[in-house]
Design a protein around this ligand. Structure first.
Ligand code: NAP
Length: 273
């Protein structure tokens, strides 16, 4: 059996890595929160949709052993998607898809993506741009600006400054939607036009931000099989891509943690091969 687990797939990525490593090293905790992709040798009972599938990916508490609970939401990983990409896709893709679905950015909609350079943000930029939205993406270096522009962002804004003020400078009425994946939510609210939407993976309830006159939508990634299938299809069609910055063997996990601490531009993946 071969497989890979995304190292930046949980709410506190570094902690998630440590949790996974501890789980693997001690073999005491047989399940951990992670995004993963691996070969499946058999199913019991075998769901009809997986009869011929040998590759799968999922998000959630999955067993490291040969037993995989399909209840967590398992989807077939297309043959053309390798395990590292599959592991990197699940959680970030599900959060991004949930956010973009909730925002419903149609053609011409203006969307500010705060945290555009991260795992969720890079997927959301692509999904919104593919849907015809005009995407303004946060970035702070030339490398980051290049990345988000290559993913479909029409404009960038430096998140080290006042993002909302920068947006209002060119769009006095504000943008239709803010997709919030990083930064202070309260500081970003003025970027949204009156009646617009503020969609966030960082808040648990609308009343956590003073969004008077706005629709505030908290997102909790729902990585069910249908969502994972959509993510895989989008990836295979080329509508979205995932940037895997580096793949580490399990024994290199400490290096993965150190590299993550220094900042990344793309996903770090730890393999269990
Ligand atoms: N609710 C859910 O179900 C759910 C699911 C997935 C993720 N999440 C959460 O969603 C957030 C994003 O996840 P992720 O995986 O995309 O994280 P990530 O990969 O760490 O990305 C965060 C990105 O935001 C950038 N950034 C840092 N400070 C910023 C600021 N003030 N303004 C704009 N961008 C800034 C970072 O750039 P630098 O590298 O330059 O610092 C990084 O590229 C995390 O907080 C995560 O916990 C929630």
């Amino acid at each position: 059996m071969s497989g890979a687990a995304s190292a930046v797939a949980a709410t506190t990525p570094a902690l998630a890595i440590r949790t996974m490593i501890r789980s693997w090293w001690t073999k005491s905790a047989r399940s951990r929160p992670a995004a993963w992709a691996r070969a499946i040798s058999s199913w019991s009972p075998a769901p009809a949709r997986f009869r011929s599938a040998s590759k799968a990916f999922a998000v959630g508490k999955v067993r490291v052993s040969t037993s995989v609970p399909t209840a967590v939401g398992v989807a077939r990983l297309p043959d053309s998607v390798d395990f590292a990409e599959g592991a990197a896709l699940g959680l970030a893709g599900a959060a991004a898809l949930g956010a973009v679905d909730a925002a419903g950015p149609g053609a011409g909609t203006t969307v500010l993506v705060a945290g555009a350079t991260g795992g969720v943000g890079t997927q959301a930029v692509q999904l919104a741009a593919t849907g015809g939205a005009v995407v303004i993406a946060t970035a702070s270096t030339d490398e980051e600006r290049e990345l988000v522009t290559s993913l479909g962002a029409a404009e960038t804004v430096d998140y080290r400054g006042d993002v909302a003020a920068a947006v209002r400078a060119t769009r006095p009425d504000g943008v239709d939607v803010v997709l919030h994946f990083a930064g202070d939510p309260v500081g970003l609210l003025p970027a949204v036009r009156s009646g617009g939407r503020f969609v966030s993976t960082l808040i648990g309830s609308p009343d956590q931000v003073p969004g008077d006159g706005l629709t505030v939508v908290p997102i909790s990634a729902a990585a069910d099989a249908g969502t994972l299938d959509r993510i895989a299809s989008s990836h295979v069609s080329g509508a979205t891509r995932v940037a895997v910055q580096q793949v580490y063997a399990l024994e290199q996990a400490a290096s993965a943690l150190a590299d993550f601490g220094r900042g990344t531009l793309g996903k770090l993946v730890v393999t269990t091969d």
